[in-house]
Design a protein around this ligand. Sequence first.
Ligand code: FPP
Length: 191
Amino acid sequence: MDGNGRWAKQKLLNRISGHLKGVDAVREVVTACRELGIKILTLYAFSTENWKRPKDEVAALMGLLKEYLIKEGGEMLQNNIRLRAIGKIEDLPMDVQETLQETLKKTERCDGLVLNLALSYSGRSEIIHAVQRLLFESQLGKVKPEEVTLHRFSEYLWTRGIPDPDLLIRTSGEFRISNFSCGRWPIRRSM
Ligand code: FPP
């Protein structure tokens, strides 16, 4: 979900206005995915690196996330959208975690579009988290080194049960994958 700041700068607006417009775009994209019958939409909304942004911008983003969950939670249920979240959810402010958990619970029986939010996420922290859990289980004797296959490893990832993405869109138009863990490299297409 990048490019919000650049969009705002182009329009001589502040960065928060860019993020507000970004949330409008999220609503449109979620509706379009639902209408097109897309099964899973992952929004890489907030990276582990994003915590380094100015305090007021981080606070505004957390506020926008909470507001989005409150406003859209009911609609998700109505539209059979199941919310999921990946990332270091424990890093989020407590009130945002609570709202997120409520929405996850509320939509857990929905079986239409899966809307997966990557929050305080990075591909590397996902791998580290998986390795830590594996080592822990290995200490308990629950897993042997020779049992660690690609399939078994994927069971320890936050994306467990979610297939590799077929299409990766960087909304700003950039091509690097910026610490998003995806199974394939992006293909550069001429537009
Ligand atoms: C990237 O734009 C956007 C973000 C870092 C945050 C996006 C998150 C929200 C708007 C919070 C609400 C989330 C949802 C899912 C509703 P940028 O600031 O990096 O823009 P730039 O790349 O042009 O600088």
